[in-house]
Design a protein around this ligand. Sequence first.
Ligand code: G3P
Ligand code: MG
Length: 257
Amino acid sequence: MQVLREDWPYPRWVAHRGAGKLAPENTLAAFRLGAQHGFRMFECDVKLSADGVPFLMHDSTLTRTTNAASALGSGQSMIGGDHAWSELARLDAGSWHSRGFAGEPLPSFENIARFCLQNGYFLNVEIKPTPGLEGPTGQAVAHQAAWLWKDASTPPLLSSFQPEALAGARSAQPHLPRALLLDSLWDGWLEVATGLSCVAIVCNHALWDVGVVSQTKRAGLRALSYTVNDAWAAQRLIDLQTDGIITDRVDLFSPLI
Ligand code: G3P
Ligand code: MG
């Protein structure tokens, strides 16, 4: 049983890409493994197929995490967003990791959403657009999230490094919570986040300090971190009174809250 903190419905601990590196990232197998380790909230990366189906994948290209190079044949684009969902759904997204996961399919966002909803798990959806499709990806992901979570009490948290993607999500479904992802504290980050009515900043964990946390909280935003894989780093973030920790190390941390 998770203890949820007042006015912030999400658990502190979030399993990165399902189960970090212990299973093929962004697959249902990873989510199942993360859940077996006690995690109740997950982060995943979502982009659009050529025919507009949101699916899970981190990279723009298919080469690192699928068998596309051999399965699609020579001369085919390796950009995930260039292919229809019917082609992507046939790829093996597990063999690259290890033989035990051979044949693991790429999941659609709907597949993963239904797994989370059936089990009462929380989700952080990182909108990871194919370059050039930031706005439409934000819109499509938000529309599908709103439809899938229409009867749920806690919506998914939508995050992105791209303000254009968050603007797309806001224009489509303004009530869904949004978070700005930061890998550096670029000029105007807080104004952009508040201008997009974000509820949180999800920051490279090394960038948080007392001043940045206090600036964020004063603006009414929650402070979350990625990707935290050491106990000392996690303790530093807890001591800073930040709100969420995204980790690969589902085998190291016990998500009590
Ligand atoms: O959403 C947090 C984290 O996943 C951002 O970085 O590159 O692992 O998607 P990345
Ligand atoms: Mg991510």
